[in-house]
Design a protein around this ligand. Sequence first.
Ligand code: ADP
Ligand code: MG
Length: 319
Amino acid sequence: MNESLPWVEKYRPQKLSEIVGHTEIVKRLKQYAENKNIPNMLFTGSAGIGKTSAAVALAKEIYGDNFQQNFLELNASDERGIDVVRNTIKDFARTLSFDAEFKIIFLDESDALTSDAQQALRRTMEKYTKTARFILSCNYSSKIIEPIQSRCVVSRFKPLTSKELNSRIKEISEKEKINLTEKAFEALNYVSAGDLRKAINVLEAASTLNKKIDENEIYDIASRAKPEEIKKMILTAVKGNFLEAKKMLEELMLEHGMNGEDVITQIYRETVYCDETEINSKTKIELISEIGEYNFRLTQGANERIQLEALLAQFGKYK
Ligand SMILES: Nc1ncnc2c1ncn2[C@@H]1O[C@H](COP(=O)(O)OP(=O)(O)O)[C@@H](O)[C@H]1O
Ligand SMILES: [Mg+2]
């Protein structure tokens, strides 16, 4: 194995059996691999949960050593433009495979295609039905035009559970001989929210500093505050202690280099997680509605610092 590869690649599943989670989907793909035949497929789901890996592993099982010449991976949002994508697909699809019934074209981020481009893609899919199969991957299936959806078997990939994420992280950390505390696992779950690519990247970055990793390293690398820190700031603000909460905010933004969007997302999460004794549910509703308003302002490009401070000031109204 190539030691210089980033871990996300080094530990990319090579076989379907190495894919964590997605039990039903993997079962079906194994069946396809056994039959050496696949339909056109659409993989939908959030980032970093194994869509590309599943397509690659499936193709490797079907083609074995002939994988390279029969599998084409493209990104639909290729900055060189849709024409490059389309021509590459045509060149690849139109020649027959020497050693297999069909070739596989994997098109990542298909929902980045305009509907015109999707129409063209649909025609390409139809034209090469004999010589090629398409696996499209996207975050939102609703952005894929109906005629493509109806030509594909749709597989919905769900975010990985913390159990699934932990099992892969454990495996990798054993192979890399790094030691994670229990809290570090929790922190990885918190910062990655089911995105295994992110979890592995953060783990790799943290491990360059130290072979023994605790939650502090994880939050630092991920530019995230510890959940407790955010919670403390919220509760301080809700108590009406604005100046102290403002100071905490400054520290968070400087120390962790967090941007406004990161901070407000974490404020939201921690507010939701507060229990009844910390913030009663009536207040919680008010706070969340305030957060929604200030989140909107941030997306409109308002000054982050001022808006976040104003949000903390608003919190003081609910003491
Ligand atoms: N379900 C999974 N099982 C094993 N590894 C995974 C899984 N999901 C993600 N990974 C890891 O994260 C990396 C990125 O996953 P990828 O399949 O490219 O995600 P997606 O295509 O859904 O964005 C992989 O190389 C692998 O290391
Ligand atoms: Mg992908």
